[in-house]
Ligand binder design. Sequence first.
Ligand code: HEM
Length: 326
Amino acid sequence: MKTLYLALLLVPAFSSSADTAPKVSAQQFVNLQQGDTVFAGFRRAHAKGICISGEFHANGQLAAYSKASLFKAGITPFTGRLSIAGSNPTAPDLKSPVRSMALSFASSRTEQWRLAMNTPPVMAVADPHSFYQQILAIKAGPAAIQQFFAEHPESKEFRAWAAQYQPTGSYAAETYHSINAFYLVNATGEQQAVRWAMRPTIAVTAGALDGNDALQTEIANRIAGGPVVFDWVFTLAEPADDENNPTKAWPDNRRQITAGQLVLTSTTAQLEGNCHAINFDPLVLPSGVAASRDPILRARSAAYAESYRRRAKEQLQGALEGSNND
Ligand code: HEM
């Protein structure tokens, strides 16, 4: 027993699905993602963003698959965040290759759901250590990333997506993907593996955008003029589909169910809004939604917590220094 306890303490972090793969800790991830310049008080990834809020209007179509109250026909409010990838909270919006949406639902005091989605439908790699190596390669430059992709043939679908992806002219016109799979669990305990996407209901071309904060300004103006709507579409896996491998899309003919519409009704600058203080940990799940065994999900949860721990501490220190100066 004691040996097992010690062994658990000594295992630093996440392995890939193959137990022999090297391991990487949440601290290592966050050190690498934040880089040499620390922007105190900000997220170590997706540091630049804008708070959003609104409502999810469920049509009840998914209620037979999940007992989460969110999917019963009706309306649930949310707090969320639109962001770009990267560790710099003042980076130019249009330089980032990835755009993101995060959501937090509190259906009741005990039932919460946090979601974080990106524009690519798949990841380039399937395990945390390879993702760590991918970030190292991205930081080393184009030659290193070319070599990394050549050594990781599982990145084929991601590369094909990246080659054809055309950034749109608005956060409102992107499709945001869960990438990792989850299970819907219904009232009788049946499980259905799913991935989901937030699909835009408008098209906006990139032409008119300009300026360092182009995406933030565009979405704030757009929502000030009226709600922005997305369809929340779930794709149901069949037995042949691997829910634990985020590098492989499931075939196009898989059944899809639209659970309802996400309606964005307001934006707030992140330092003034309530999204800044939320950790959009993808393993905060309601009853009726369960995590797959995809090892990336565990790595994400631990890394988001480490990033949150650092930024919360820095904010507290900043607040204390501020009050000492009063
Ligand atoms: C092992 C893989 C990954 C690692 C280590 C990682 C790490 C991180 C970290 C450290 C943060 C900052 C968290 C915070 O301070 O609140 C973050 C934010 C985020 N990540 Fe990941 N990530 C990974 C994979 C993914 C994937 C696959 C997706 C998309 C499905 C994703 C989407 C996001 C989004 C949308 C945010 C910003 C959420 C917000 O607005 O607060 N990440 N990630």
